[in-house]
Design a protein around this ligand. Sequence first.
Ligand SMILES: Cc1ncc(COP(=O)(O)O)c(C=O)c1O
Length: 395
Amino acid sequence: MAQPYIYDFDTPIDRRGTNCSKWDGLKDEFGRDDLSAYWVADMDFKSAPEIIASLREIVEFGVFGYPIMSEPGRRAVAEWERKRHGWDVKPEDVGYMSGVVAGLAAAVCEFTAPGDGIVVQPPIYPPFFRVVTDNDRVLIENPLNETPDGYEMDFEHLKSALTPKVKAILLCSPHNPVARVWRREELAALAEICEEHEIMIISDEIHQDLVYSDARHIPMSVAAPSIDRLLVTLVAPSKTFNIAGLTASAWIARDEKIAARMKRALGRKHLSSLNMMALSALEAAYTKGAPWLEAAMSYLEKNRDLVLEFLREEMPRVKLKHPEGTYIFWLDFRDYGLKNSELTRILINEARVALNNGINFGSCGDGFARLNIGCPKAQLVDGLFRIKRAFERVM
Ligand SMILES: Cc1ncc(COP(=O)(O)O)c(C=O)c1O
């Protein structure tokens, strides 16, 4: 009988010199490379052994010609959604695309026209702004509401911002960077507003599998099935299985007309095929990767709890709303009353850590920094103490 894999999330992996953005891009982004990296949203873990084995097989074969966009990968996506998220998806509702941001841009171009308004809900993953403005659409900001219990969508503000020129909303579910996993009622309330105003929902659910034991991801289509006629959902194994560099992703649309339009939009931009490594990794991930994911989530949940406890005990002035999902956390340093430039200077030059600057997620991100906890525990603890000691020195 095959031995079960023992997954190792503790041994540090030196990624420097592998052309990786998170570690080899430090100097360009932060001006120095002697930092510990907690920024780019990938994890410092090896991917699932089943995925590595599938890639190894291709490498061993050694012929890297053109692949066909075969059905098993689309079937694997559909099965994954059905089993994991209780969403009745068929292989014909699924299409490939090379990157979720590419899919967002294609959907923006297909379902809206230049000059149309598109809603985004800051603080938000920065490309959400750019796929709107780069394509000559108009940004309509509906900032999240900060409440003592966490962030919420502001439905009243949204309704007041909607004009006939507003044609779409970019939903981030779960939400990067505030780590909210939207509840069924919240999604249903959003869908109701969008249906009433004929607003297309472009739902980025790339973080759907990275949800802690006290929350549950509900696909938008499950929360409000009648929204299918105005919905395209974007998913990927990239965050889930730490294979973002392969740019394997997929769109899902249960409405035939939406599916045909998404296919055409991606086809026009030549973004609808995956390379052979991506295709193979996607299929292996969704058919064989679940045990690795269970182990990774249980490790990440311990890291999450560690960060919460650390902040409570060691740095109570830094606030963090309870993260329900994702491995990127939205740290609130506002209690220190620092200018953004000074907060950035302390983190980089004093603590020697690289976190994402909150301001890049919208103006409401002033005073915040985004911390990536997808790394060995010891590395995470080191970063947290670096930050603590730096603040003790300078404040
Ligand atoms: C919400 C969200 N969408 C998309 C992406 C990136 O997707 P891709 O690399 O497939 O373009 C990220 C990466 O952090 C993300 O957080």
